[in-house]
Design a protein around this ligand. Structure first.
Ligand code: AMP
Ligand code: ZN
Length: 466
């Protein structure tokens, strides 16, 4: 195994142990199994979702840079995720079909394609296996049968449920106070015995024809949301694999339930390391698809941002801290990316990487993927006294992890007409005079000419709108 990390051990925060742990693969041959919970394809992904996939991509690249061969599996949830994570309400897919006038299968394809295009724009490596829940109904039924045979289920009028009271370790991942939750459950449980119990199989309602339904030993219906991950992870990675990821919202319900199911079926905790990405927030509120109002990659493109500027914005923070999104931060990221690309392309080839910078960069990466510190090393490198060709060779190494595809970027000749330069100066003056109305008017004039001035801590830069 090659060791570009210069023997620095990769250390990752494991939510299960609540500790940063040295990464040790299960098999010594250097193969690593990585399972990431994928999108529920009833709508477009929002940029918050995409932040989680950027974090997972950095993790994958870190493992690859450390010399491991990663088998990256991601599910596509195209059935069974109900509007409420507590197994109530409509299936999100059927609700999405109603909203759009298409069939549930059509919207699954539409939003899966849109998702693939989004992750491609962000230079996120395509998972080796992308598996759809609807293609694995038999595997899910088999898992539920195993859970039933071991006595962990009960049946209500609307489905087959997992009885969490039978599992003394239930909720350990989230350190759930199961008794407290049960005592505090103000809503009626209905036929559910414990508030933490969850559906493994839901029956099709008698008064409604579902678009997505299958025969099963318990009657016609569809799988609950959590069983798909236990079934598909075991199929593609085995009953115990290395790393399982998702957003932090999955800790108390979805991942707690995945672990409970797999513990019954296979006696394992599913993955040796559990990693969770924190949220992207807008105006201190969680961005969510169900609220209907969210920013998509397409919104960023319409506003002429480069998708990789959003990637850089994500890397500016540690994955275990929430980010507050603002257009100003995205402007700064875009300016920083432009500067990095321009510098890289001005440097000649033929240099050698700077060992000290490489060491410091990987020390940050190995420290639980501390990308903000790694980026600080990038900016320091640019300002350093090193030879330009050595800077370029060092950036090439960094880019394998950062994923900006610096070498592929084509510098565009930007010729800025004099009128634009004059307007930009007038705008700067208007801002200095705090004449915001004039500054906004000039900004609109510039946009009509196809240009935009972006403000950042280092001063304004002019950008051509594509
Ligand atoms: P979903 O498509 O809703 O199943 O979510 C896909 C992924 O995005 C999951 O890993 C979620 O945990 C994650 N996620 C959801 N909302 C956010 C957010 N606002 N910021 C970051 N990740 C999120
Ligand atoms: Zn999952």
């Amino acid at each position: 195994m090659n060791q570009p990390f210069h023997d620095q051990p990769l250390r990752l925060y494991d939510t299960y142990e609540r500790a940063v742990r040295k990464f040790e693969p299960i098999t010594p041959d250097g193969d690593v199994g990585l399972y990431c919970c994928g999108p529920t394809v009833y709508n477009y992904a929002h940029i918050g979702n995409l932040r989680t996939y950027v974090f997972e991509d950095v993790l994958r690249r870190a493992l690859e840079t450390a010399g491991y061969t990663v088998r990256h599996v991601m599910n596509i949830t195209d059935v069974g995720h109900l509007v409420s994570d507590a197994d109530d309400g409509k299936d999100k897919m059927e609700a999405g079909a109603e909203r759009t006038g298409k069939t549930a299968f059509e919207i699954a394809d539409l939003y899966t394609d849109a998702f693939m295009s989004d992750i491609n724009e962000l230079n996120i490596k395509t998972p080796d296996v992308l598996c759809k829940a609807t293609d694995h109904i038999a595997e899910q039924i088999k898992c539920i049968q195993q859970i039933e045979q071991k006595g962990f289920t009960y049946i209500t009028s609307d489905g087959v449920y997992f009885d969490t009271s039978k599992d003394p370790d239930y909720g350990y991942l989230a350190r759930l106070d199961v008794e407290g939750l049960q005592a505090g459950a103000r809503v009626s449980l209905g036929e559910k015995r414990q508030v933490t119990d969850f559906a493994l199989w839901k029956f099709s309602p008698a008064d409604e024809v579902r678009q997505m339904e299958w025969e099963s030993p318990w009657g016609k219906g569809f799988p609950g949301w959590h069983i798909e991950c236990s079934a598909m992870a075991a199929k593609y990675l085995g009953p115990l694999f290395d790393i399982h990821c998702g957003g932090k919202d999955h800790i108390p319900i979805h991942h707690a339930n995945e672990i409970a199911q797999t513990a019954v079926c296979h006696g394992t905790r599913l993955a040796n390391y559990w990693l969770h990405g924190y949220f992207l927030q807008v105006d201190s509120a969680k961005m969510s698809k169900s609220s209907g109002e969210f920013l998509r990659m397409a919104t960023l493109l319409e506003r002429h941002y480069d998708p990789l500027a959003y990637r850089l914005l994500c890397l500016m923070a540690h994955y275990r801290s929430d980010i507050s999104f603002s257009w100003e931060t995205l402007d700064s990221a875009q300016t920083a990316l432009n500067r990095l690309r321009t510098a890289y392309h001005a440097f000649p080839d033929g240099g050698v990487p700077s060992a000290t910078h490489v060491d410091r960069f990987y020390a940050a990466v190995c420290d639980d993927l501390n990308t903000s510190v790694a980026l600080a090393v990038v900016w320091e490198l640019l300002k350093s006294e090193l030879k330009d060709e050595d800077k370029k060779a060092t950036l090439d190494q960094f880019d394998a992890l950062l994923g900006f595809d610096l070498a592929k970027w084509e510098p565009q000749e930007l010729s800025i007409p004099d009128t634009v330069l004059v307007l930009a100066e007038q705008r700067a003056q208007a801002r200095a005079d705090k004449d915001w109305a004039a500054a906004d008017r000039i900004r609109d004039e510039l946009a009509e000419l196809g240009f935009e001035v972006m403000d950042s801590a280092d001063g304004p830069t002019i950008r051509q709108l594509s």
